[in-house]
Design a protein around this ligand. Structure first.
Ligand code: DX5
Ligand code: ZN
Length: 221
């Protein structure tokens, strides 16, 4: 039987004036992870939230926090992100000189490790580290902003990473992030994704619609 697809709503598209309530609402609606986009105005041009906010909103749900760091450098802030209650910490390998060392720091802090690939990043960046990580996040937009269009030219990369993961025999999740809607979700699932990040399409239509949005994103056509 096919594995259940996980949905990770990106809170970037939530109403920040009632963030706690929004997180409770996506939990009740069936979200699997809370996807937190951390941007530093440096690695990407946008600026979002940090560990203090995560610590407070962490109390609103028991589901795992999937924290996507779009920051450079990464290492100096890892302890704060781990202490804030992050369960999975994902970073971009070009944001640190020695990604293997960063992976080890994240593990030593008791968190799962993800590696994120920008649309321009080749999959050989995974060669020496794939055995050490828990999740691979494929960006299907240039990171920095929610609400962008899905880049179809990344589908082949997702298929190739699926093969790489299967060849390891390890339980490494394949997550796809950016421009996921009710159509592109199907393309990502068919290419081999396990987890879909969805901001705009989860939070559209208000809280009464979140459960329906999430189940439509997860379903296989
Ligand atoms: C982009 C972020 C994404 C994004 C997803 O830099 O990593 O998580 O906010 O938003 P949607 O689903 O609206 O494309
Ligand atoms: Zn993200």
């Amino acid at each position: 039987m096919d594995k259940k697809i996980k949905i990770a709503p990106s809170i970037l598209a939530a109403d920040f004036s009632k963030l706690g309530e929004e997180i409770s609402a996506i939990t009740i609606a069936g979200a699997d992870y809370v996807h937190v986009d951390v941007m530093d105005g440096h690695y990407v041009p946008n600026l979002t939230i940090g560990p203090e906010v995560i610590k407070d909103i962490r109390k609103c749900t028991k589901i795992p926090f999937d924290v996507h760091l779009m920051i450079t450098p990464v290492n100096p802030l890892l302890e704060d992100f781990a202490k804030s209650g992050s369960d999975i910490i994902t970073f971009h390998p070009e944001a640190e000189d020695n990604p293997k060392a960063t992976i080890e720091i994240i593990k030593s802090l008791g968190c799962k490790v993800g590696i994120s690939l920008n649309p321009s990043t080749e999959i050989n960046v995974l060669d020496k580290i794939i055995e050490d990580i828990d999740l691979i996040l494929v960006m299907t937009v240039v990171p920095g902003f929610g609400g962008q269009s899905f880049m179809h030219d990344q589908l082949e990369k997702i298929e190739n990473i699926r093969k790489l993961i299967d060849a390891t025999g390890k339980d490494i999740e394949l997550e796809v992030d950016g421009g996921i809607n009710f159509e592109t979700s199907q393309l990502a699932i068919n290419a081999g994704a396990d987890v879909l990040v969805a901001g705009t399409s989860t939070f559209q239509g208000g809280q009464d619609n979140y459960a329906n949005n999430i189940s439509k994103l997860r379903s296989r056509s």
